[in-house]
Ligand binder design. Structure first.
Ligand SMILES: *[C@@H]1O[C@H](CO)[C@@H](O)[C@H](O)[C@H]1NC(C)=O
Ligand SMILES: *[C@@H]1O[C@H](CO)[C@@H](O)[C@H](O)[C@H]1NC(C)=O
Ligand SMILES: *[C@@H]1O[C@H](CO)[C@@H](O)[C@H](O)[C@H]1NC(C)=O
Ligand SMILES: *[C@@H]1O[C@H](CO)[C@@H](O)[C@H](O)[C@H]1NC(C)=O
Ligand SMILES: *[C@@H]1O[C@H](CO)[C@@H](O)[C@H](O)[C@H]1NC(C)=O
Ligand SMILES: *[C@@H]1O[C@H](CO)[C@@H](O)[C@H](O)[C@H]1NC(C)=O
Length: 361
């Protein structure tokens, strides 16, 4: 029998208790492939570039080169966060976890609010600007290893006894913007090709230039790889899987738009009911989860942990795991290496669904 008061206690205490008890919790992405969990903001491997703080929950070494997952926490800025550039071999994916930022990709631009996603494929000129005082951009980058750039550009290693997202400091104290042009133009060995002639369009009125209406009409994902695109929170395709309670899969990156290298999206799940047995998965490729809402329970091999917003779990391929929610509404972002990820398994048994919430019965 589920007891609401017990649930509140578990929700409040378990992550911290688990952090001290479970060997899954680490402070840095490991330098080899293994299952692990990193608590939001607690990552010890963090660096500063101006006022931007970068953290690296999944790295090239921790994912065997499959993908990296990093975050940028920053105050708002009246400058571009980096000068315009492209990458020849890395596909970069932007997700707004907190606050707002503007993202330019070739001649399109969007103002991303919480839950919005933007795809920047190889050879796409792009830049961004942080707009809100507590913004967190989450980047997934395929293949893995792109963090080497940020270690190279770092002004300093970031440590904070309170794990503050970034250092609160008067504006103007520390650059909120990009390293200078002379630095950006000398980064080709890191797969950064400066595009200093790129003009970041400034005609965003409702966050939707130039196509209009991304936050009011359905967003359709391209059927080819290589063009930039954007998915507004809950306006992309949605699929309902009813095998083990309700799960709604919202793909950002499909087996096609990820070029076969990775898929990404979100899974929303209802509370596990007492008569449901959650399945155990053993997938060929690696999986990362980052919690967006609610609380995700995970058993990886023999250990069970509960993750809350911003916490990241990494599950190597060929490692058994099961997952569920003990709270009513949980939403997680997933990144899967290859094209045989959890999303593909759920989608095979799902139907097209018009809503970001599960059925009321
Ligand atoms: C990206 O541009 C480089 C240099 O022009 C080219 O060699 C490469 O094939 C391009 N990659 C893609 C995916 O288009
Ligand atoms: C950060 O720490 C690493 C090792 O812990 C060191 O190699 C590196 O130089 C430091 N970076 C900066 C910018 O101080
Ligand atoms: C800038 O911030 C540093 C600490 O981050 C502080 O020591 C320094 O006094 C600040 N400078 C100004 C002008 O506020
Ligand atoms: C950038 O613009 C400058 C001045 O208009 C021009 O001289 C230069 O060739 C341009 N560079 C590229 C890469 O297009
Ligand atoms: C499981 O429980 C739910 C309510 O918690 C109920 O709607 C459903 O019919 C039950 N399923 C089975 C197979 O008993
Ligand atoms: C999992 O095992 C299969 C079959 O042995 C292998 O092809 C695959 O590369 C393994 N996956 C990982 C991530 O090691």
């Amino acid at each position: 029998m589920h007891s609401p008061s017990a649930s509140i206690v578990v929700f409040a205490i378990l992550p911290h208790l688990a952090a001290s008890l479970s060997s899954l919790y680490v402070q840095n992405a490991p330098n080899h492939i293994r299952p692990y969990v990193i608590e939001h903001y607690a990552s010890a491997q963090a660096i500063s570039i101006g006022q931007q703080i970068y953290r690296f929950p999944v790295t090239g070494p921790s994912s065997g080169g499959a993908f990296s997952l990093l975050s940028t926490s920053s105050p708002s800025s009246n400058e571009l966060g980096v000068l315009p550039h492209h990458h020849q071999t890395h596909h970069e994916n932007f997700f707004c976890l907190k606050g707002r930022f503007q993202l330019w990709a070739e001649d399109e631009a969007r103002l991303l609010t919480v839950g919005d996603y933007g795809s920047v494929p190889r050879n796409t000129t792009h830049t961004f600007q942080i707009l809100d005082p507590d913004t967190e951009m989450v980047g997934s980058i395929s293949p893995g290893g792109f963090e080497k750039l940020f270690f190279f550009l770092a002004d300093a290693n970031y440590t904070s006894s309170t794990h503050s997202p970034y250092v609160p400091a008067p504006s103007g104290n520390g650059s909120s913007g990009s390293p200078p042009a002379a630095v950006i133009t000398a980064l080709e060995s890191f797969d950064v090709y400066a595009e200093l002639n790129f003009t970041a369009r400034r005609d965003l009125v409702d966050g939707s230039a130039p196509s209009g209406g991304w936050h009011s009409t359905p967003n359709i994902l391209p059927e080819v790889n290589g063009t930039p695109y954007f998915v507004a929170k809950d306006y992309g395709p949605k699929f309902l899987n009813c095998e083990f309670g309700y799960q709604i899969v919202q793909p950002f990156v499909t087996d096609v738009t990820g070029g076969g290298d990775f898929t990404q999206g979100s899974i929303t799940m209802s509370r596990r009911s007492s008569n449901t047995t959650t399945p155990t998965y053993t997938l060929l490729g690696h999986t990362a989860f980052e919690v967006l809402e609610g609380a995700l329970s995970l058993t990886i091999e023999e250990e069970t942990v509960t993750l809350i917003m911003g916490d990241v779990a990494f599950i190597p391929g060929n490692t058994s795991f099961s997952y569920w929610s003990d709270v009513v509404f949980t939403k997680v972002m997933y990144v899967s290496a290859g094209v045989n990820g959890l999303d593909q398994k759920l989608l095979k048994k799902a139907e097209s669904w018009g809503w970001p919430v599960f059925p009321a019965v």
